[in-house]
Design a protein around this ligand. Structure first.
Ligand SMILES: O=P(O)(O)OC[C@H]1O[C@H](OP(=O)(O)OP(=O)(O)O)[C@H](O)[C@@H]1O
Ligand SMILES: Nc1nc2[nH]cnc2c(=O)[nH]1
Ligand SMILES: [Mg+2]
Length: 159
């Protein structure tokens, strides 16, 4: 699938991400998990923040690659898991088409699967998410961005 499907951007700052992950963590407080499985790489930072809030120390990963920036390619599973996920919390940053989620669900059918952000196509595949964004929206995470100088408006316009 090509990057042309994305017509809008939803930019998430570190502060916003931290607030969102804390809010999702709140919704998970009554549950007891054996540990957390992060879907690397996008799930790593949310998983670390959730682990801190829920005081979970046992963390594992499944490693999957699906996209090269905005271009979706074939799914590559670099590291799987040797159990069915029972009692584990499974964390990813987002679900988009649901291709990654579907593969991980097959691998870990009994895990409780959460993402911070969810788009409509992938939403039915997760057990819980915090915020829904449009299917045509590209979520820009703080780890993919940097702070850059912006020219004053007069220079941009009058040049
Ligand atoms: O629902 P889908 O259409 O499958 O897309 C969602 C997946 O895409 C991104 O991962 P990506 O493959 O870009 O790798 P990364 O986590 O290393 O950034 C994101 O972190 C999700 O895991
Ligand atoms: N950063 C980022 N990665 C993705 N992978 C699939 N969809 C997205 C998205 O909206 N943002
Ligand atoms: Mg990912």
């Amino acid at each position: 699938m090509s990057s042309e499907r994305y017509h809008q951007h939803f930019t998430v700052s570190w502060d916003q991400l931290h607030r969102d992950v804390r809010q999702l963590s709140h919704q998970l407080i009554e549950r007891d998990f054996k540990g957390i499985i992060a879907i690397a790489r996008g799930g790593l930072i949310p998983a670390a923040l959730i682990a801190r809030e829920l005081n979970v120390r046992l963390i594992d990963t499944v490693c999957i690659k699906s996209y090269d920036y905005k271009d979706q390619g074939g799914l590559e599973v670099l590291k799987g898991m040797d159990h069915d996920g029972e009692g584990w919390l499974l964390v990813d940053d987002l679900v988009d088409t649901g291709k990654t989620a579907r593969a991980v669900r097959e691998m870990l059918p009994k895990a409780h699967f959460v993402t911070i952000y969810a788009k409509p196509e992938g939403r039915p595949l997760v057990d819980q998410y915090l915020t829904e964004v449009g299917q045509n929206c590209w979520i820009q995470f703080p780890w993919d961005m940097g702070v850059a100088y912006v020219e004053p408006l007069v220079d941009q316009v009058k040049k």
